[in-house]
Design a protein around this ligand. Structure first.
Ligand code: AGP
Length: 368
């Protein structure tokens, strides 16, 4: 039946605000304090098979491909298993060599994306174990895979993916904990990750309070024709995701880049009409991103910073600062996506775009 809008003006806005709950649902029953690990019921792999995994391939399209990039960083950091991320549409036709003991995960909200289904079937044909990380129960991809993990995010109606993205990142974090604890990760480190995951929904709730500030910023930049999104490490996929959200619902050209790559080309785009969004909560590369931001500012580009700490230096360089709560680096993609989702939402509304059903796009792409 119809999913209610619950008083919100658009499904997208409702789904953005549902994220504290959808994250709680992604974690429900999956965190085990006794063993300091995650629990998944449907992987259908023996402990020997799981411990024998030597490589993981994450594949998907669009936003699901972005969460795959986040998953790559998480799994390599916490489980130390080599990961490679492939666009499903490329994996299918590229025919890369895949060694034994490789797990292939298809990441998908709908479970109906033709390219992702075909990529999984192609790898399955060659004898590899395929798993689905999927939201829609009983969907084609959920059925085709050998096993998998459901996101439990509830129905996502808006064409722009929001809560499915955060749930994908959250499930990938639990997955890296799970694989990590089968390998080198200590009980203490596992317990700490569980604590950090439990605090995540409250952090997302706090991040959502930036809404009115973001709406104000949106009204200043709604006329832009080009926007750059920049971040490093875990915030690089976030930059790609922020740019995709803006493109698909507001029809403004946007590009996401690793902040340090700017100087190798895209900085030539910077002028006073081209705003740059720097995703820079405090972390390993914080000072580096600060100087990347300074370089953009020096060339006359308007700068919007998404930051976790009040600081005179950011206020001095950036024209706008959006504050988000501090979380550990691996969870930053989830929290920093919130203001970017809201920014594209408000800009699209101001431009009179059909937010939930943008032109030329379908919720699930069932053709190649
Ligand atoms: C996301 O905002 C897009 N609408 C799109 O990129 C989407 O993520 C992609 O088509 C993949 O869909 P799926 O997750 O249902 O497979």
């Amino acid at each position: 039946g119809e999913v209610s809008m619950n008083g919100y003006e658009h499904y997208m806005l409702k789904e953005i605000h549902e994220q504290p709950d959808s994250l709680r649902n992604a974690m429900r029953g999956r965190l085990n304090d006794e063993d300091a690990t995650a629990v998944f019921g449907g992987l259908n792999l023996t402990p020997q098979q799981l411990r024998g995994v030597e490589r993981i391939i994450l594949t998907g399209c669009g936003t699901s491909w972005h969460s795959a990039l986040v998953g790559e960083y998480m799994i390599e950091e916490f489980a130390r298993i080599p990961v490679c991320v492939e666009y499903a549409s490329e994996l299918r036709y590229r025919n890369p060599p895949i060694e034994n003991n490789t797990l292939v995960f298809g990441i998908t909200q709908s479970g109906e994306t033709a390219d992702t289904l075909a990529a999984l079937n192609e790898t399955k044909r060659k004898g590899h174990r395929t798993l689905a990380l999927c939201n829609v129960v009983g969907s084609s991809i959920a059925q085709a895979a050998d096993g998998g993990i459901y996101l439990h995010a509830g129905p996502e109606i808006g064409v722009a993916s929001t809560k499915a993205y955060s749930s994908q990142c959250c499930v990938l974090a639990m997955l890296s904990l799970y694989f990590g604890r089968m390998r080198h990760m200590s009980f203490e480190s596992g317990g700490r990750i569980i604590e950090e995951l439990r605090r995540l929904p409250a952090a997302v709730e706090q991040a959502l309070t930036c809404d009115s500030e973001v709406r104000r910023i949106a009204s200043k930049y709604a006329e832009a024709s080009n926007v750059l999104y920049l971040g490093r490490r875990y915030n690089f996929p976030t930059a790609l995701e922020g740019a995709l959200k803006l493109k698909e619902i507001s029809y403004i050209h946007a590009e996401g880049y690793p902040a340090a790559e700017m100087k190798h080309g895209p900085i030539a785009l910077v002028d006073k009409h081209t705003p740059s969004v720097f995703i820079m909560p405090r972390g390993t590369t914080y000072d580096k991103v600060m100087s990347n931001m300074e370089e953009v500012k020096a060339r006359g580009g308007p700068v919007i910073a998404v930051a976790s700490h009040e600081e005179a230096q950011i206020r001095r360089i950036a024209d706008e600062v959006i504050m988000i709560p501090e979380v550990p680096e691996f969870l930053q993609p989830i929290v920093s996506a919130i203001p970017l989702q809201l920014l594209s939402y408000h800009i699209a509304v101001l431009r009179g775009c059909d937010v939930d059903k943008p032109r030329n796009l379908a919720k699930s792409v069932t053709v190649e």
